[in-house]
Design a binder for this molecule. Structure first.
Ligand code: SAM
Length: 227
């Protein structure tokens, strides 16, 4: 059970030329630029294959991407070579960042909360606070899975070939196991369930909220500044 199959199954996160990935870039581009008016040094935290790093590089930012998955970083580096990009992609853990204090003007953290337990996300937020410069911003985008979960019906088709065949929350709905099924394949992934309220409570401990944007029914972007 795991994320490897999940990322293999859905191009949304792994294939920059897929419609799904392009749509995510298009949806977020104007919002990121709205809150990133000053150029500067950006950390793309949990960068995956690097689409958002490249987007910001194209807009004149200096970008470093970090991800814990060797496979994601290898793909990001391949894309970087193809594009003759200067983005540096580093293998590393968001909970223990290999950077000095106050190195970045921005940290962006896109669509990655499902990987982190509350304790882990607490550690990530602490690290983000440490690596941000005074005046820096932390921009986080996430899906409110707590809201979405009751509305995820069995047989919901996701992507082009997979549908959700089972949804198994734990007792307190802190995590949920989702079973994905296709004609010839099936796998389960355990997601951490984050709702907007929980993200905001944690964020409040470390940052001051500058703005919040609703991207669609269940997706939000929150812009934080250092306190
Ligand atoms: N931000 C990228 C995007 O929007 O395309 C990737 C999103 S993907 C859904 C989540 C990413 O989080 C994966 O690439 C995964 O490897 C990464 N990840 C999970 N745990 C991590 C950790 N502890 N440190 C850094 N990256 C992590």
């Amino acid at each position: 059970m795991g994320f490897a199959e999940y990322y293999r199954a859905f191009p949304t996160y792994t294939d920059l030329s897929s419609q799904e990935y392009k749509k995510r870039l298009e949806d977020l581009e104007p919002l990121l630029l709205k809150y990133m008016k000053r150029k500067g040094k950006v950390l793309d935290l949990a960068c995956g294959v690097g689409g958002f790093s490249f987007l910001l590089e194209d807009h004149g930012f200096e970008v470093i991407g970090i991800d814990i998955s060797e496979d994601m970083i290898a793909r990001a580096k391949r894309y970087a070579q193809e594009r003759e990009s200067k983005v540096e992609f580093i293998l590393g853990d968001a909970k223990n960042l290999p950077f000095n204090d106050r190195e970045f003007d921005y940290v962006i953290f896109i669509d990655s909360l499902v990987h982190f337990t509350p304790l882990e996300l607490n550690q990530v937020f602490k690290e983000v606070r440490r690596v941000l410069r005074p005046g820096g911003k932390f921009i986080i985008q996430f899906t409110d899975l707590r809201e979405l979960l009751p509305r995820l019906k069995e047989s919901l088709v996701v992507g082009q070939e997979y549908w959700i065949s089972k949804i198994i929350p734990d007792q307190e709905e802190k995590t949920v196991v989702i079973e994905f099924q296709s004609e010839n394949d099936s796998f389960r992934v355990r997601f951490n369930v984050w709702g907007k309220t929980a993200v905001e409570l944690l964020g409040k401990l470390y940052f001051r909220k500058e703005a919040q944007e609703k991207i669609n029914d269940y997706s939000y972007l929150i812009v934080y500044q250092l306190k």
